[in-house]
Design a binder for this molecule. Sequence first.
Ligand SMILES: O=C(O)CCC(=O)C(=O)O
Ligand SMILES: [Fe+2]
Length: 338
Amino acid sequence: MAATKYVDRPIPQISLHDFSSRIDTITQELIHAAEADGFFTLTNHGIPEATIEHMFYTSASFFSLPDATKGKIQFSHLNAGWEKNAQIRPSTGAADRKESYQMQFGSNMDGMWLPDDALPGFKDTSLRFMHECQRVSEMLMVCFARGLQRDDDFFVRAHDVSRPESQTVLRLLHYFEVDKALPVPEGYHRAGAHVDWDLITLLFQRSGQSGLEICPGREASTAFGIGDVWTKVDPAPGDIVCNIGDLLMSWSDDRFKSTFHRVKTPRDPERDYYGPRYSIAFFNQPCTDARIQGPGKKYPMVTGKEFTKRAMERNFAALKAKKEELAGVVAGEGEVKA
Ligand SMILES: O=C(O)CCC(=O)C(=O)O
Ligand SMILES: [Fe+2]
């Protein structure tokens, strides 16, 4: 297998301190980062490090429950619930080796919370954390609305988590420990390369548990196409790594970049992290009835529900093509190991 090419790109660091008085500067910094890289790091965002640590502790407690317990809240078509070794990426054609649990604010969670005695306090802690993430997200939404000459509450209204139409998700992730003593199989992926479908993702990582990598260079939210030069994004304690998703790319007529990213599979015992990896992602999804179209009307108007459905269909079609490609290689040359 060809060695991955790496380049050190600086990841923009944007501080949200004194947000109201510095909003013009912050907006400029965010717009520049969104146009150039699609990724940036937030500091001074107001979520205390202890709150993030507590959420990671809560997440680890959740994942340490038996699979039989977590299996009672299996992932549903409403994009909520627990799944294990199940998410197949079009870029790899194989399931990521991880488990995750997705939570939402409203009725899409009916029957998807554990009973409180399975993990006392879990639901309250998670919802409190989700509201903290929403608060930070709304600051970013105001800035991006200004960058697109929209009213300040333009994106905030479209992502109102108090409405039953909300689709916003908090995802807890757990990547399994990989045995350092054995060669890692060719088809093993922690998280295969992908873009997110949402407006903006807030990603929390733990220092020492590296693996996130990005690959900028995508020109249209409607196309796949992936480069091969990657940059590592190592977390500093308390920072939030943010990435633009396909929704904001489309809503800005492709001005702001939704960037490919992945969680590297450890292969180099000297450099890579093989231990269990925990991360937390907050996906700002549009309300189902939000109306999505950029200022230049590059793409036809769609609702939040249609946008999500199309993103899933496009992923599914790309996955099918990948599987056919892999099957072709197996049949024709016997090269793919699975
Ligand atoms: O776990 C990570 O660091 C990244 C997760 C991610 O990109 C995703 O779930 O979309
Ligand atoms: Fe992602």
